[in-house]
Design a protein around this ligand. Structure first.
Ligand SMILES: Cc1cc2nc3c(=O)[nH]c(=O)nc-3n(C[C@H](O)[C@H](O)[C@H](O)COP(=O)(O)O)c2cc1C
Length: 184
């Protein structure tokens, strides 16, 4: 069984819910980055031992949160020895606006994965973009690069669109399937 870790930051709980859905689909361990941008005790060992690392951050001002960036900069220790080379990587984000520059966040996560010489896994999910499309369809937000969720600025984590959470679960399952093939 591949070891998959979901490392993420969430300021107000929306990205946490998304991370839980990804982890459920992937059979992954959750590794939260705290409000100070730090991992829990043993967090780096957990990442070093992972076959796949799924990274998540809310989109704040068109990029990752500063807490996630602090984690990313601290990962330069692993970068020096290319300790994460050839692991699978994937990413997800949530923001208030339908677009909201979420792709910039995913591009940042992709770049970080490439700096670690990883292999990127996208959603593999067709977007729901016909006239008949409904908000809770799978991949209604329409991203191939990683899972995107949109929750209105006044929506609590409990009010997040179910379709985005279902999308995140399927995305997690795809990472798990890719990790199983990659381990062969
Ligand atoms: C500092 C800050 C910056 C934000 N910037 C953006 C943004 O660039 N685009 C957007 O659509 N939403 C933006 N938002 C809204 C958040 O993406 C949204 O509230 C998200 O659900 C927060 O996730 P969290 O609950 O995991 O922290 C911003 C929110 C904050 C607090």
């Amino acid at each position: 069984m591949a070891k998959i870790v979901v490392v993420f930051h969430s300021g107000y709980g929306h990205t946490l819910r998304l991370a839980q859905a990804v982890a459920e689909g992937a059979g992954a361990t959750l590794l939260p980055i705290d409000a100070e941008g730090n991992l829990p005790e043993g967090g780096w060992d957990t990442l070093n031992a992972a076959d796949a690392i799924v990274m998540g951050s809310p989109t704040y001002m068109g990029s990752v949160s500063w807490q996630f960036k602090k984690f990313a900069d601290a990962s330069s220790k692993a970068w020096f020895t290319q300790a994460w080379k050839d692991k699978l990587f994937a990413g997800f984000t949530n923001s208030a606006t339908m677009n909201g520059d979420k792709l910039s966040t995913l591009h940042y996560l992709f770049t970080l994965a490439m700096q670690h010489s990883g292999v990127w896994v996208g959603t593999g999910l067709m977007p729901s973009n016909s006239k008949a499309a409904q908000r809770n369809d799978i991949n209604f937000v329409g991203s191939f690069s990683g899972a995107m969720a949109q929750s209105p600025s006044d929506a609590s984590p409990a009010e997040m669109p179910q379709g985005d959470l279902d999308t995140a679960r399927l995305f997690g399952a795809r990472v798990a399937a890719a990790a199983a093939r990659w381990a062969q």
